[in-house]
Design a protein around this ligand. Structure first.
Ligand SMILES: NC(=O)c1ccc[n+]([C@@H]2O[C@H](COP(=O)([O-])OP(=O)(O)OC[C@H]3O[C@@H](n4cnc5c(N)ncnc54)[C@H](O)[C@@H]3O)[C@@H](O)[C@H]2O)c1
Length: 265
């Protein structure tokens, strides 16, 4: 794919973010910023890209998406190194389990801070940087692009789940943010969309209940999936990459569900 510009991926130390960073490199993007607060795993992602794709310039940045100053520093470092940012994937996220009657307020706050506040802070800093830069042409579209952002929501951003109220609320928020920014900044050549993954095999699933209850829930989830299996991180990464590429030049302010087809919707 034609990725002459600069990619920025948060949550790039693990799971979907890591797969997205690797895929940008595999698809020919030569300048990639990877960010996460797990800096040791982030270095593994950097090493893997550099070893498998020589010639790709990877900047690894420590970020805590809950902090405005930290997020601004991430974007400033990206601009300082590469002069622009074109394809942004805001992937960092956490999950906490428990219905509203038992969920500790601290868990609600943590989920809100990372998933919704963090995505807002990233989108804000990215959009402000994109507004300053000249648009780029690419071979997939006759229209110039000033930038494209994908915020990672969830199937939990599209429906309720009684055992994940904070997560569901935060991911609905990410959908609302993406729809709003997609419409607002289209006039400036900036597209914003959300992807809504279903159950994907990543370490975040380790935060769900373990043991018999966990097994039972995993089996229930798989039964709900029309494709009959859980998804892989690279299958979500493909969709993120598409939504930031010139191939999706007329797509903004919307969501792409990546959940294998849900039987109950
Ligand atoms: N795996 C799934 O089934 C699934 C389904 C739907 C949506 N999602 C969403 O996909 C995204 C990626 O999740 P994943 O499955 O790859 O999980 P993951 O746990 O493998 O990756 C999440 C990454 O986010 C980072 N992170 C967490 N808090 C952070 C913070 N404050 N600042 C910076 N980085 C932080 C973690 O260090 C980690 O590297 C999340 O937003 C998650 O909600 C995942």
């Amino acid at each position: 794919m034609d990725f002459q510009g600069v990619a920025l991926v948060t949550g790039a130390a693990s799971g979907i973010g890591r797969a997205t960073a690797l895929l940008y490199a595999a698809e020919g993007c030569k300048r990639i910023v990877i960010a996460d607060f797990n800096t040791s795993l982030l270095q593994e992602t950097k090493k893997e890209i550099e070893q498998s794709r020589p010639g790709v310039d990877v900047l690894a940045v420590s970020v805590d998406v809950r902090s405005e100053a930290s997020v601004q520093k991430m974007v400033d470092q990206a601009i300082e190194r590469f002069a622009r940012i074109d394809y942004c994937a805001n992937v960092a996220g956490i999950i906490r389990f428990g219905d509203t009657s038992v969920l500790p307020l601290s868990d609600f706050d943590d989920v809100y801070q990372v998933n919704l506040r963090g995505t807002f802070l990233c989108a804000k800093a990215e959009i402000n940087a994109m507004l300053q830069q000249e648009p780029l042409r690419n071979s997939h579209s006759e229209f110039e692009a000033r930038g494209a952002i994908v915020n990672v929501s969830s199937q939990a951003g599209l429906m309720g789940n009684g055992n994940l109220p904070a997560y569901v609320a935060s991911k609905h928020g990410v959908v609302g943010l993406s729809k709003s920014d997609g419409v607002k900044f289209a006039q400036h050549g900036i597209r914003v969309n959300a992807v809504c993954p279903g159950t994907i095999e990543t370490p975040i699933l380790g935060d769900l209940p373990q043991g018999e209850i966990g097994k039972q829930r995993a089996a229930e989830r798989t039964r709900e999936i029309a494709l009959g299996r859980i998804g892989r991180p690279d299958e979500v990464a493909q969709c993120i990459i598409f939504l930031t590429s010139g191939r999706s030049s007329f797509v903004t302010g919307t969501t792409l569900a990546v959940h294998g087809g849900l039987r109950n919707t």
